[in-house]
Design a protein around this ligand. Structure first.
Ligand SMILES: Nc1nc2c(c(=O)[nH]1)N[C@H]1C(S)=C(S)[C@@H](COP(=O)(O)O)O[C@H]1N2
Ligand SMILES: [Mo]
Length: 185
């Protein structure tokens, strides 16, 4: 099986792509919240987040505009470990990821529970730089990268799907690069 999804081209640099401006980060005031349909909602400081069990995962990254980047080494908390901590209620089916400045995306819990889905704070062994979503970004290797929200501040477990920022603007909600699910029409 080829490693490059259909109609993608390989890049070795790391393009920067986002809507709006890069937010300021102050580790003293920054927090990360997990709430919604969970038994144990949490609010974590940056230091508390770093103290949770770490996972390293190397994965490929595919932007819907056509570039792909191989072998990205992310380190952070595995989404499934986070779910263990907050304990989703039985009616939780989806999660909405809320980032700084109003960017959102959402996924089914079944997709988020894949072992390669990480809330990453390190990249290539160093703290993730703000341009690429530092201090915290979601990494979902099996989806186009608009699912990989940068500057994540909150995860909300929901019963119904809440369409994300790009997904409301004509991009595919399923976003599978191998099936070339780029647009919703
Ligand atoms: N908060 C936020 N996250 C975002 C985006 C954005 O506009 N805002 N753009 C997405 C898109 S379309 C891509 S391709 C990747 C780009 O990540 P990079 O800038 O680290 O390459 O971020 C994703 N995450
Ligand atoms: Mo993208």
């Amino acid at each position: 099986m080829p490693r490059l999804p259909p109609n993608q081209r390989l890049t070795t640099n790391f393009p920067v792509l986002h809507f709006g401006k890069v937010p300021e980060f102050d580790s003293k005031t920054w927090d990360f919240r997990v709430e919604g349909l969970v038994e144990n909602p949490v609010r974590l400081t940056y230091d508390e987040l770093l103290a949770l069990e770490k996972t390293v995962d190397v994965s490929d990254f595919h932007c819907v505009t056509g570039w792909s980047r191989f072998d990205n080494k992310w380190e952070g908390i595995r989404f499934s470990d986070l779910a263990k901590l907050v304990r989703p209620k039985s009616n939780a089916r989806f999660a909405t990821i809320e980032a700084e400045g109003g960017y959102t995306t959402s996924l089914a819990l079944s997709e988020l529970m894949e072992p390669d889905v990480i809330l990453a704070y390190n990249f290539e062994g160093k703290p993730l730089e703000p341009l690429h979503g530092g201090p915290l970004r979601l990494v979902v290797p099996k989806k186009y990268a608009y699912k990989c929200a940068k500057w994540v501040r909150k995860v909300v477990f929901t019963e119904k799907k809440e369409l994300g920022f790009w997904e409301q603007r004509g991009y595919s909600d399923s976003a599978d690069p191998w099936k070339e699910e780029r647009y919703s029409y």
